[in-house]
Write a new protein. Structure first.
Length: 177
C-alpha cells in the first residue's frame, strides 16, 4: 500500500526556507554520479523538513484557539505603530473570517488560525493582478509573512506577547471610539 500526502506550495516553501533554494540540476559530465548523489541528499533534506512541518502542524491542530484570542494575536502581529489602521482592521477581519469559515476551518485551533492566515495571503491579496498575487504568495513578501506567522504560532512566549499587544491596541481603540 502506498501512502501519499498532498503537498501544497506553502508546505514546500516552509520546508525549503531553512535550507535555501533547491539545486536539482545535473548536467551530463564526468562527475554526474556525484551530482546525482548530491541531488538525492537535497531531496532527502526537503522530505525531512516536510515531515518536521507536518509534525508541527499536527501539534498546532491540537492546540485550542478562541476567536477572541485570535483577534488579539492578529492585531498584535499586523498592526504597525500604536493605532489600528483601516487596512489592518480589514486584514484582521479577512483572516478571522477564514479562521472560522475558510477551507476546512472551524475556528477552534492554532492550525485553523494558520490556515486562515495562509488562505488570506495566498488568495486575498489583489483581485486586480493574479500574477502579482501568485508571485507574492509563493515567492515574495506574502510567502515570508506566512512563514513568519508559522514560527510565531510555534512560540508560546511570542504568542503571549503579541496577544497582550493586541489587547492593548484594541483597548486603546475602544477608549478613543
Amino acid at each position: 500500500m502506498i501512502v501519499a500526502r498532498a503537498v501544497c506550495q506553502n508546505t514546500l516553501n516552509m520546508s525549503q526556507r531553512e535550507k535555501g533554494k533547491l539545486n536539482l540540476k545535473v548536467y551530463h559530465c564526468a562527475n554526474h554520479e556525484f551530482k546525482i548523489s548530491e541531488m538525492e541528499q537535497e531531496i532527502e533534506t526537503l522530505l525531512a523538513k516536510r515531515d518536521e512541518f507536518y509534525k508541527s502542524y499536527e501539534y498546532l491542530a491540537t492546540r485550542p484557539m478562541s476567536m477572541e484570542r485570535a483577534n488579539k494575536v492578529l492585531h498584535g502581529v499586523l498592526v504597525r505603530g500604536d493605532e489600528i489602521s483601516a487596512q489592518s482592521k480589514n486584514t484582521v477581519n479577512s483572516i478571522l473570517s477564514k479562521f472560522t469559515n475558510g477551507m476546512g476551518n472551524k475556528g477552534t485551533t492554532f492550525a485553523d488560525l494558520l490556515n486562515g492566515f495562509t488562505e488570506h495571503y495566498t488568495h486575498s491579496i489583489s483581485k486586480k493582478n493574479s500574477f502579482a498575487t501568485f508571485n507574492s504568495s509563493e515567492f515574495g513578501l506574502a510567502s515570508q509573512k506566512k512563514a513568519e506567522f508559522f514560527d510565531i504560532l510555534m512560540d508560546d512566549a511570542q504568542i503571549n506577547k503579541l496577544a497582550k499587544r493586541g489587547e492593548t491596541l484594541l483597548a486603546s481603540a475602544m477608549a478613543t471610539a
